[in-house]
Design a protein around this ligand. Structure first.
Ligand code: SF4
Length: 431
């Protein structure tokens, strides 16, 4: 029996797609083994959001090649799409392709051993119009469902529109069918994922809010979480719907990137700080205990010390729960390459440290506010040190002593104390 090993870098979408690719291999009789083991095939689903992501991709290929120099190494994802020749030149790589659709993968599986030369097939971003469905089943308690792909925003620092193509989506009817099948598989929670999910409906004449309204009607799935939604696309109607619908988790991820209007405009974001503040305040007014995660880019070309200070003041003034920050890295073909001043590596690190400490404080404050309250938790299958874990509806990680009968069950718990920055000890209210 042939073996295949997978490595996924980057976003949730890549994880959903890797999961889908793995099912195609399994259908053809393959056994999946860990990426740290010798395998006949290795599949890397790569990321290219920073130069560090590219480096991690190269390291993963080198690891696979050293584990089995005769293995067929397949690289897909954003790094493969953006730098196909660079990837194809890595020792051991046999296939490089950007769009990972079913027929392409089946063709690779069936013909790989006959292939003499490296096969490179990528698609220009303007031609990338096909929607390739994907979902992952994680630990069989929650699934990531890809509802949308690509992006038309072309922010000045970002290569994703070049790697993933134009914004496109599958229909509400297809999403509903997929969620029904996830419910039949026993999943309890679905995380709605994509590149720019607020843009859902562009290719089908539907809206993201109508999608949510249709999904919550599916029996069997008790929880839906929304992935990252651009502030200008997070309509008040969506926020009001999440506030009124018990199946929608009180959890938002709203990219900010900068707290300075001048910089937001320069980098091509489609909102200002006033609009952003309105969204945060509306969420907190309607759902006071909602978790709000935000994204910040640190050290983008053009970010002067004064601009960074404005971001710090703005972020400090917001009632948020977490900051996902990433340090800017220059990406070929983007407008931000021309912006000045350039931020040195040392300045970037200093700014990243400031944001990290704000994040730690905001997250701690958010969790502390919830201590003593009762929340619902979906328990996962993993066991560590005799304990099991899960997330509350408002995305606080909790732990209780392991009990197999609780896996994939939603229980009411009382949040008692913080064990560390990440995890809260809980007691059951009822089982
Ligand atoms: S919205 Fe901007 S940052 Fe997000 S994927 Fe699109 S271009 Fe990139």
């Amino acid at each position: 029996m042939k073996t295949v090993a997978f490595c996924t870098l980057g976003c949730r979408l890549n994880f959903a797609e890797t999961s889908t690719i793995s099912r195609y291999f399994i259908e053809r009789g393959f056994t999946v083994v860990p990426f740290s083991q010798k395998a006949d095939f290795y599949v890397l689903n790569s990321c290219s959001v920073t130069s560090n992501a590219n480096r991690k991709g190269r390291n993963a290929v080198a690891r696979a090649h050293s584990l089995n120099p005769d293995a067929i190494i397949i690289v897909t994802g954003c790094y493969a799409q953006l730098k196909p020749d660079e990837v194809a030149a890595l020792p051991g790589v046999k296939y490089v392709f950007g769009v990972n659709n079913k027929s392409e993968i089946e063709n690779i599986i069936d013909n790989a051993e006959k292939l003499q030369e490296v096969s490179v097939s990528t698609t220009p971003h303007n031609d990338m119009k096909t929607f390739v469905p994907a979902f992952s089943k994680g630990d069989r308690t929650r699934a990531f469902l890809k509802i949308q792909d690509g992006c038309d925003y072309f922010c000045a620092y970002c290569t994703i529109p070049y790697a993933r193509g134009r914004s496109r989506n599958q229909s509400i009817a297809t999403c509903v069918e997929q969620v029904k099948s996830l419910a039949q598989d026993g999943m309890k929670e679905v995380i709605i994922s994509g590149v720019n999910i607020g843009d859902f409906g562009k290719t089908t004449g539907e809206t993201f809010c109508d999608l949510l309204k249709a999904l919550v009607k599916v029996d069997g799935i008790d929880r839906f979480r929304i992935g990252s939604v651009e502030p200008d696309l997070l309509t008040d109607e969506i926020i009001e719907f999440v506030a009124s619908e018990p199946k929608m988790m009180p959890h938002f991820h709203i990219p900010l990137q900068s707290g300075c209007d001048e910089l937001l405009k320069l980098i091509g974001r489609r909102y200002d700080t006033a609009l952003y503040r309105h969204k945060i305040e509306l969420v907190k007014k309607l759902i006071p205990d909602a978790f709000i995660g935000i994204d910040l880019i640190v050290g983008v070309n053009g970010e002067t010390p004064e601009i960074f200070d404005k971001t710090v003041d703005f972020v400090n003034s917001l009632d948020i729960s977490f900051i996902h920050q990433f340090q800017y890295s220059e990406r070929e073909g983007t407008r931000a390459l021309k912006f000045t001043p350039r931020v040195t590596a040392k300045q970037k690190q200093e700014r990243a440290d400031v944001i990290k400490s704000i994040c730690e404080r905001k997250h701690r404050e958010f969790v502390e506010k919830n201590l003593g309250s009762e929340r619902s938790v979906l328990f996962e299958s993993a066991k560590k040190g005799g304990m099991m874990f899960g997330y509350t509806d408002n995305y606080i990680r909790v732990t209780v002593p392991y009990d197999r009968s609780l896996v994939n069950r939603i229980c009411r718990v009382h949040l008692s104390e913080m064990i560390d920055e990440e995890v809260v000890k809980a007691k059951f209210c009822e089982i």
